[in-house]
Design a protein around this ligand. Structure first.
Ligand SMILES: Cc1cc2nc3c(=O)[nH]c(=O)nc-3n(C[C@H](O)[C@H](O)[C@H](O)COP(=O)(O)O)c2cc1C
Ligand code: SF4
Ligand code: SF4
Length: 294
């Protein structure tokens, strides 16, 4: 996946020979030169931008990167305090009740800009975002997913069909299905009665996918989604991951078509976004994590 896309160029007239750019490059692309560091061409550059972000004089440019995207950062003393960030982390909830107000394109673009600040394996940034706001398409997705779960739940009803299901999807998948049964029955029942316990009545569904060829695409996309979900409450928005969609969508050609998933892409995550009807006043109790210092 690592595709060299040009190399950095150092302006010798601006360079102070401080060496910071070479210290941060994980690939040793830049080497000491007579008047300034030079990219000799021996190592591939994966355009992480670190050398440009660290240079005190702005001496470095890169043909594959837009200099306008290297924005000045607030000094550490003026940036977000630990307390404020912690408040945001505690504030993020899985929102399951939304107003009818649609999320604007500018808001979506800002959330995605936050998302793509995330780390990615080999700096591939291979994540793709499909935004679904058409109510009819969302209804089709809901209907199809509910039908799939209705079929799977029926298969759990008799010993014979359960046995057949085990042969088809494996013992582990059947155990997960049984564990999630109350939740899935709720989705199916709501669909029948005109409710929505799948997408929770949210106005927007976001599907994140990446090319199959990126070995870290799935993992990287999850970090991007985490950024997206943390940015949302700062804009008055709420999100909820829809794992029950992700679990079956990839294997169903019709859902793949409804969510516009390319043939050679993996579905990494699905989440809904909208304006919450309720404001949470308190953080919640999270289980103490198992921690070991070695
Ligand atoms: C992988 C994953 C899949 C999830 N799938 C769903 C889902 O299908 N529907 C849903 O309502 N919530 C889903 N959630 C949200 C969790 O239920 C929620 O994060 C958890 O109950 C804790 O609540 P909190 O997010 O408000 O802290 C999912 C969360 C994760 C991490
Ligand atoms: S962009 Fe990243 S990989 Fe390329 S030279 Fe700069 S620090 Fe090295
Ligand atoms: S960080 Fe900038 S000033 Fe320092 S050596 Fe590299 S190019 Fe020169």
């Amino acid at each position: 996946m690592m595709k060299p896309e040009g190399r950095p160029v150092v302006d010798p007239d601006l360079c102070r020979q401080c060496g910071k750019c070479m210290a941060v490059c994980s690939l040793d692309v830049l080497e000491p030169g007579e008047r300034c560091p030079v990219a000799t061409g021996a190592a591939p550059c994966f355009r992480c931008g670190h050398c440009m972000a660290v240079c005190p004089t702005g001496a470095i440019t890169h043909p594959g990167m837009n200099p306008e995207h290297f924005r000045e950062l607030l000094p550490a003393a003026e940036g977000v305090t630990s307390e404020l960030l912690f408040d945001l982390l505690r504030k993020r909830r899985s929102i399951r009740s939304y107003t009818d107000e649609q999320v604007g394109e500018d808001e979506i673009m800002r959330l995605i800009e936050a998302a793509v600040q995330a780390p990615s394996g080999l700096n591939a940034q291979s994540w793709c975002f499909t935004i679904i706001q058409d109510p009819e398409r969302m209804a089709r997705i809901r209907r199809r997913i509910a039908a799939i779960y209705s079929f799977l739940l029926n298969m759990l009803e008799s010993r014979m069909s359960k046995f057949m299901l085990r042969l088809q999807v494996g013992t582990e998948a059947v155990s997960v299905l049984e564990e999630a049964r109350p939740l899935l029955e709720g989705i199916v029942a709501a669909q029948k009665s005109g409710g929505d316990r799948l997408l929770w009545g949210a106005p927007t569904l976001v599907v994140v996918h990446s090319p199959d060829e990126d070995p870290t695409g799935l993992e990287s996309a999850h970090y991007a989604v985490a950024n997206f979900m943390l940015m949302a409450p700062t804009m008055g928005l709420g999100t909820c991951l829809i794992g029950v969609l992700t679990a079956v969508a990839e294997h169903d050609p019709r859902v793949r078509e409804f969510i516009g998933l390319p043939e050679d892409h993996t579905l990494d995550a699905a989440l809904v976004v909208g304006y919450p009807t309720e404001e949470y006043l308190r953080s919640v109790d999270k289980r103490a994590a198992e921690i070991e210092f070695i």
